[in-house]
Design a binder for this molecule. Structure first.
Ligand code: KIV
Ligand code: ZN
Length: 511
């Protein structure tokens, strides 16, 4: 009898990261990987090593540090991709190579400009090469959801013969509907003679909002691995939100009889918040399982029902996924152990930050604010990641005058040299921006600006997010301070530093 464990394969750091405006740094990626390991995911897809040196190093760093989950890397069906994946992964205690090629007519003809037989040969060659490095090889038929079923069956049989131990069936563009997707999986089980030699996996995108439904329908037909991301992060409308599949399996045991995952569900809330904080992708308030409203009841009838019996309107106990009401409260009298414990509670692993540095900044903030909350600590973590990076620009001094002629004077440290400019603007924030543009002489267009209070009191920190466009690309910046003008200046500088980093990468590529 088939084992009913559902393998959870997380691709937040690969498919999820692909969708972000800017890439995460090596330390942020490790932080997420360690949180995923703590959540109990079986496989962590850490990146696409051949795509850049940064991605290679990030995968290698995760492979070195993650012990309990299998670390996986993606590669096209090309020798150089597979070799790069192996080189990045070989330090891991257990690793998986994941290779893929498109199988739909549209992708084969219009994107790859090949025919099905050539694709078949490339898949065999890639799987054989990957198997020379490890037994744990996964093969994906990209755009399987739109692949003629005869071709898909043939490709799957061929890939298993070549040695793939996991066969992934992606609905790459989120095109299929649950009954239809279930039928694809059912047909594979009925028609592929060697199907019992591999684990069948599914990887659903959410373009029609079907990713979770499609994944669950596939389980009922024999799929035993689900791929997705935390908070459903991913290309376009995102990937399957893993927390939804995991909780559906847990809560609907009556329907999904016998199926289980090894996920530590009590860590779901903190993992979700950590991913949102690090990727800067906020969670919609009404998002299933992890949205801030997912367990709120506003209508009188509902409130009355919940007070009488929680189960009248609540199918999940928020505590079971780690949602607690208490906001941790810290002051300048709190010790380092307390800060470390609070960070642990928020999902931050001590290997990935410098406690001395965070504690020093915590004390400064506590002196300014009196009380420091968990979201303030998240802000400090963001700043400590920032400080760990090399910077072209640093804010030295800032002065603004608002009123009928808003004016700013900004002094920046540019690699040790101090440069000062004064400018006017439509408001003090634009005046600050104009000063930075003048000092750097890099013409950027401000595409988006938003400001959010990180708590409700008068002492709240303001978080400013900006998107700058430079040479056709968008660069995101974030700034945090109890002073919103300073937070704005920090956000602009943060985005400019990302631009300088990308210019350096371009220079290196040209050299
Ligand atoms: O959506 C997709 O097809 C993918 C594959 C590379 C697995 O992400
Ligand atoms: Zn995908």
């Amino acid at each position: 009898m088939k084992d009913n464990k559902i393998i959870i394969f997380d691709t937040t750091l690969r498919d999820g990261e692909q969708a972000l405006g800017t890439s995460l740094n090596i330390n942020q990626k490790l932080q997420i990987a360690l949180a995923l390991e703590n959540l109990g995911v079986d496989v962590i897809e850490a990146g696409f090593p051949v795509s850049s040196q940064g991605d290679f190093k990030a995968v290698q760093n995760i492979a070195l540090n993650v012990k309990n989950s299998t670390v996986c890397a993606l590669c096209r069906a090309l020798d150089k991709d597979i070799d790069a994946a192996y080189e990045a992964l070989k330090v891991a205690s257990h690793f998986r190579i994941h290779t893929f090629i498109a199988t739909s007519n549209l992708h084969i003809q219009d994107k790859l400009k090949k025919d099905f037989n050539e694709i078949l040969a490339m898949a065999t060659k890639a799987i054989t090469r990957a198997r020379s490095y490890t037994d744990d090889v996964e093969f994906s038929c990209e755009d399987a959801g739109r692949t003629p079923i005869d071709n898909l069956c043939f490709m799957v049989e061929n890939a298993i013969k070549a040695g793939a131990k996991t066969i992934n069936i992606p609905d790459t563009v989120g095109y299929t509907l649950p009954g239809e997707f279930a039928n694809i999986i059912k047909t594979l089980f009925n028609r592929v003679p060697n199907i019992d030699k591999a684990v069948i996996s599914v990887h659903c995108h959410n373009d029609l909002g079907m990713a979770t439904g499609n994944s669950l329908s596939a389980i009922l037909e024999g799929a035993r691995q689900i791929e997705g991301t935390i908070n459903g992060l991913g290309e376009r409308a995102g990937n399957c939100a893993l927390e939804e599949v995991i909780m559906a399996i847990k809560i609907r045991k009556d329907y999904l009889k016998g199926f289980y995952t090894d996920i530590k569900c009590e860590n779901i809330a903190k993992t979700s918040k950590l991913v949102a904080a690090i990727t800067n992708e906020s969670i919609p308030t009404h998002k299933a399982i992890v949205g801030s409203n997912a367990f709120s009841h506003s209508s009188g009838i509902h409130q009355d029902g919940v007070l009488k019996n929680r189960e009248t309107y609540e199918i999940i106990n928020p505590k079971s996924i780690g949602f607690y009401d208490n906001r941790m409260l810290m002051t300048a009298r709190s010790g380092r152990a307390m800060i470390k414990a609070c960070l642990e509670n928020l999902g931050y692993h001590e290997n990935t930050y410098d406690l001395d540095d965070v504690y020093e900044n915590f004390l400064k903030l506590a002196d300014k604010k009196g009380q420091v909350y968990d979201y303030d600590l998240e802000a400090l973590m963001f700043l400590s990641y920032e400080n760990a990076q090399e910077h072209e620009l640093k804010l030295e001094k800032l002065n603004v005058i608002s009123g009928s002629i808003p004016t700013a004077c900004v002094c920046l440290n540019m690699q040790g040299e101090l440069k000062t400019e004064s400018c006017t603007g439509n408001g003090p924030i634009e005046a600050v921006f104009n000063c930075i543009v003048r000092i750097t002489a890099l013409e950027c267009v401000l595409k988006a600006y938003s400001i959010n209070a990180k708590s409700s009191g008068v002492d709240a920190q303001g978080q400013v997010d900006v998107d700058l466009e430079f040479q056709g690309r968008k660069f995101h910046g974030k700034g945090l301070s109890t002073d919103v003008i300073e937070a704005s200046a920090q956000a602009f500088i943060n985005a400019y530093n990302a631009i300088y980093r990308s210019l350096k990468v371009q220079e290196r590529k040209m050299a």
